[in-house]
Design a protein around this ligand. Structure first.
Ligand code: ZN
Ligand code: ZN
Length: 643
């Protein structure tokens, strides 16, 4: 019998008889590799270790060290969970159970929603099955037999999946855990060789779901879990989840009294007094960055006639996301979901010369997007929000310098907030508008700008928008989560659609290029990121209340009021807590409210024009003259010190 040639990753070639399972190839390399093997890659495709090699192939053994291991482990754990659920709830019907970026889930039709005790039982059952070292076995069943089997088992969803996904196939791939009585699922695999390989997993939550995500279909229960390759990684992940829960901006925003929502205005924020301070501060901070950089602030209308949206293309491509209204004259109008079209009308409202360029508009008026209520979430997914939005109108030659200056602003802003970030440049996609040469030119200018600003970046070739290349900035928060915030997008299309022009030095008309740009992105979402990044403990320059004065006894209240006024006059955001509570109680509360400084005043302090200063972060700092505290605090604010 002739042998087949197996090429290994190091380039070496082994001869094996046809039909040899990949596990045997691993064993031939080393018994330790065979023990560590989870699955294999044959000619680039992931397969089970039992996969029989019947032709020449390249083979790579996948172990815990391989990047593919996590997904296979999570997917295999989803099967393990389904096995546990069907063991405990024999009437449960299985839907689908994919791996995700964070773990896995599986959907089930069950008689009643799962409760937390169910999750505990399911997880215990999973551990029991895992400990039994049961084999995941792939079987190829005749399609008719598979359909009959799942029909008899009253698993109509599996029957539907088989019918949809395997039309024309004579056989379908199913996987058992031990045997079909323990668990069987319609799946193409691959999976880990046996349940004992699954050690680090945890079930997390359940939620309502619908078959195929369609509310017309059967309601299901989705069970979320996560799995890792080691217990240590799982523990770290669970700690991160706990920390994320504690920092959840919806919870912190409530605890700190920053904002609230009402069911009659879904996705639209009620900013409470402290939240309003924060909101205005961010808006003004951005004005302080942009106006010296040559921007002008404008305010365009919020409601526009549909003619504008037809010109911009929103009417055809974005209408579902817009709030539409009728005027008293029965005009069809739409609330703006973005500022760009308003800025184009402003640009076109006057004759423009090359001497006017770059022309930089900045606007923070509210935008509305008609999101389904089901996807709304805190401040991160809303219907009404504002951006630190801006559009720069430039000549083709000005792109490089403008973008370089813009990157400089972005670096400064994220630096002020202590946020680390990464940049990525997305270039010409397959379908694009305009000339290749113009694109090449613009992309080269963006690259030079990134290099000029010493900004490291990743290249996403072909990932630009059809109307122009772009640079996106992802913030990484204190928990290592990434948030896309800043963006710089070149646009060659809108100037065409809106027939924007300027007179060049040659006295003829030219098209400007538009740069859509934002640094915060949505101010609402940026506040959510800041809340979670700082866990609500804002640095002094950002804290809505920077200091609170705490009189020890009633008789100290007049002096406390004097201190409050002194701080307020100096521009410090200060509160006075004159309630008849013990000062330690008031300190504890100020600490929970994450107020950076507490100024305790009693007889001695009153006599010396002083205050006993307590820092939220550093504890007791001792007594000092109030004037000195003010000077120190103002310096800290001016330097935007981060704690
Ligand atoms: Zn599977
Ligand atoms: Zn825009």
């Amino acid at each position: 019998m002739s042998h087949i040639a197996v090429t290994l990753p190091d380039g070496s070639v082994r001869e094996v008889p046809p039909g040899t399972p990949v596990l045997e190839v691993a064993r031939g390399i080393s018994p330790r590799l065979a023990d560590a093997a989870l699955v294999a890659k044959v000619d680039g495709r992931l397969v089970d270790l039992t996969f029989p090699l019947d032709a020449d192939a390249t083979v790579q053994i996948v172990t815990n060290k391989s990047p593919e291991a996590l997904e296979v482990t999570r997917h295999s754990t989803a099967h393990l969970m389904a096995a546990a659920v069907t063991a405990l709830f024999p009437a449960a019907q299985c839907g689908i159970g994919p791996p995700t970026d964070e773990g896995f889930f599986y959907d089930f039709v069950v008689d009643r929603p799962f409760v937390p005790e169910d999750l505990e039982r399911i997880e215990a059952k999973m551990r029991e099955i895992a400990a039994q070292d049961l084999v995941y076995e792939r079987q190829m069943w005749p399609r008719d037999e598979a359909i009959r089997f799942f029909t008899e088992r009253q698993e109509p969803l599996k029957v539907q999946l088989i019918e949809e996904k395997t039309a024309g196939q004579s056989h379908v791939s199913v996987y058992t855990i031990k045997d079909r009585d323990v668990f069987v699922d319609f799946c193409v695999g691959p999976h880990v060789p046996s349940t004992t390989r699954l050690k680090a997993f945890k079930l997390l939550t359940t939620s309502n779901a619908y078959w195929k995500g369609d509310a017309q279909n059967a309601p299901m229960q989705r069970v979320y879990g996560t799995a890792f390759l080691t217990q240590k990684e799982l523990d770290e992940h669970l700690t991160r989840i706990e920390e994320a829960k504690k920092r959840d901006h919806r919870k912190v925003g409530k605890d700190l009294g920053l904002f609230t929502f009402h069911p009659w205005a879904p996705g639209a924020t009620f900013w409470l007094p402290k939240g309003t301070v924060l909101y205005n501060m961010l808006g003004n901070y951005m004005r302080g960055v942009l106006i010296p950089a040559g921007y002008v602030e404008v305010k365009a209308p919020i409601v526009f006639n549909k003619a504008l949206w037809e010109t911009s293309g929103h009417w055809d491509y974005y209408q579902d996301n817009m709030f539409l209204v009728k005027s008293a004259d029965d005009e069809e109008m739409g609330l703006k979901p973005m500022n760009c079209p308003g800025h184009f009308l402003l640009f076109a409202s006057d004759m423009r010369s090359y001497r006017d360029l770059p022309l930089r508009y900045h606007e923070q008026t509210p935008l509305h997007r008609n999101e389904a209520s089901g996807v709304l979430s805190g401040l991160t997914r809303v219907r009404q929000f504002s951006q630190d939005d801006g559009h720069c109108f430039v000549t083709q030659e000005q792109i490089g310098a403008e973008v370089e200056a813009l990157i400089g602003l972005i670096q400064r802003v994220y630096g002020d907030f202590g946020l680390s970030y990464t940049a990525k440049l997305s270039t010409r996609p397959e379908k694009f508008l305009g000339e290749v040469a113009t694109w090449d030119d613009a992309e080269a200018a963006l690259k030079r700008a990134l290099e000029g600003a010493r900004q490291p970046y990743e290249l996403n070739a072909g990932d630009g928008a059809f109307y122009g290349p772009k640079i996106d900035f992802d913030i990484t928060d204190a928990l290592g989560r990434k948030w896309q915030c800043g963006t710089i997008q070149l646009d060659y299309q809108m100037p065409e659609r809106f027939d924007l022009k300027y007179t060049g030095p040659d006295n003829t008309e030219h098209r400007p290029v538009v740069i859509h740009r934002a640094i915060f992105g949505s101010i609402e979402r940026f506040i959510a990121i800041l809340i979670e990044h700082f866990a609500g403990a804002f640095p002094l320059w950002l804290a809505p209340i920077q200091a609170v004065v705490l009189p020890i006894a009633d008789r100290h209240t007049p002096y406390a009021e004097q201190v409050r006024t002194q701080l307020a006059d100096a521009g410090i955001r200060v509160d006075l807590d004159a309630r008849q509570e013990k000062v330690n109680y008031k300190i504890r509360e100020a600490q929970l409210q994450k107020i950076p400084y507490m100024l305790v005043v009693g007889d001695r302090e009153a006599a010396e024009q002083a205050a006993a200063v307590r820092s939220r972060a550093k504890g007791d700092l001792g007594a000092r003259p109030v004037a000195q505290f003010v000077a120190d605090a103002l310096a800290e604010v001016a330097q935007k010190t981060l704690l």
